[in-house]
Design a binder for this molecule. Structure first.
Ligand SMILES: [Zn+2]
Length: 354
């Protein structure tokens, strides 16, 4: 699962969860006037993704769609007939291009002949990754993971798995409606403001409704998970952690604390600002621990222990590596670390100040 994983560090308490129970798969729970909470099944370490139906006149606007697959198709069929009352879908808004969010967007937009609403970078990045489907692993990717310290077995696994992105989603529509940061969308009786973030994905869309005091946060703010913030082989010098911290701080400024947060994973919660403070604090703490650790030179694969409390197995190795590199690149950008590549093509990181 590319969204992140639940870790002991992630859940720091202090949040209020007003719902004792969420909806069943295929069912729905109206949590505010015309706002229906639904869940779509996921096979991985996360059991499900939350998706939202917003009443839009005599139809629905949907926010996020679930992973492609027969179980999700079945869940949507039940939802259309059940909580969505047999009414049509007028538009599909997708927060970002990860397959558990965008997977069914092509299917739903074709079924209802409606548009996909999404930010430009998310749309383009999704089309780009989709185009890699079935391709051989690129030399740049192999070099990237070798530099991070991966052994040959892990490299072999990467090569075998490469190009699988497209299998987790239906083909996207060939055109889309771009949504832009700061834009206000009228959906039924209410106005929702678009607030974008970056770091977990390139141009993630959140939606804030002042009147209903609701904030659809997607993966940008999750209550029990620290969202995955990773460096990828396509942009090895990227600093997504800086983008992540900057966008969290901005959301804290723009969205008041008295909203009910509707996240893509776990349950709706109160105390948005507390959670944002925890997330920023977690990463700043991780950067400090990392800085101490690399007083002796280390590779990206040597630093998992100060970032994650859970054991890093094969299934989460690439996510953990990407996240380690995000923290290491951030230290380098701040002038607190330097990197040297050895004769075997492996990068070693060392702190520059105490
Ligand atoms: Zn995601």
């Amino acid at each position: 699962m590319s969204d992140g994983f639940e870790d002991i560090w992630a859940d720091q308490g202090g949040l209020d969860y007003p719902f004792a129970e969420g909806p069943q798969i295929g069912g729905g729970l109206e949590i505010a006037p015309g706002v229906v909470w639904m869940r779509m099944p996921l096979g991985g370490s996360l059991a499900f993704i939350n998706v939202w139906g917003l009443r839009d006149g005599d139809a629905w606007t949907l926010v996020d769609t679930g992973m492609q697959g027969p179980a999700t198709t079945e869940a949507w069929r039940k939802a259309f007939a059940g909580p969505l009352q047999g009414l049509p879908v007028r538009r599909v808004i997708v927060t970002h291009m990860h397959p558990d969010h965008i997977g069914m967007a092509g299917w739903i937009t074709r079924k209802f002949r409606c548009k996909l609403w999404i930010t430009r970078l998310e749309y383009l990045m999704c089309r780009l990754l989709f185009a890699d489907t079935g391709r051989e692993a690129p030399e740049d990717g192999i070099e990237f993971y070798r530099a991070a310290g991966w052994g040959q077995d892990a490299i072999d696994n990467y090569m075998a798995r490469f190009g699988g992105f497209g299998r987790a989603l239906h083909t996207l529509p060939d055109s889309y409606r771009r949504v832009v940061d700061g834009e206000t969308l009228r959906i039924g009786d209410y106005e929702w403001r678009v607030i974008t973030g970056a770091g977990h994905s390139p141009e993630h869309c959140c939606l804030y409704c002042p009147e209903l005091k609701l904030f659809i946060s997607g993966d940008q703010v999750l209550p029990r998970i620290t969202s995955n913030v990773s460096v990828f082989p396509t942009e090895p010098e990227g600093d997504p952690l800086d983008e992540w911290l900057t966008s969290l701080a901005r959301i804290r400024q723009v969205v008041p604390d008295d909203v009910l947060v509707l996240p893509a994973h776990n349950d709706p919660f109160h105390r948005l600002h507390t959670r944002i403070d925890q997330l920023i604090g977690y990463h700043e703490g991780a950067l400090k621990r990392l800085h101490r650790l690399i007083s002796e030179p280390k590779r990206a694969v040597d630093v998992f222990g100060v970032l994650f409390k859970r054991q890093i197995n094969e299934g989460v190795l690439s996510m953990a590596t990407g996240e380690s590199l995000a923290h290491l690149n951030c230290l380098m950008r701040r002038g607190d670390a330097v990197r040297t590549r050895d004769g075997a093509g492996v990068d070693w990181y060392r702190a520059t100040s105490a």
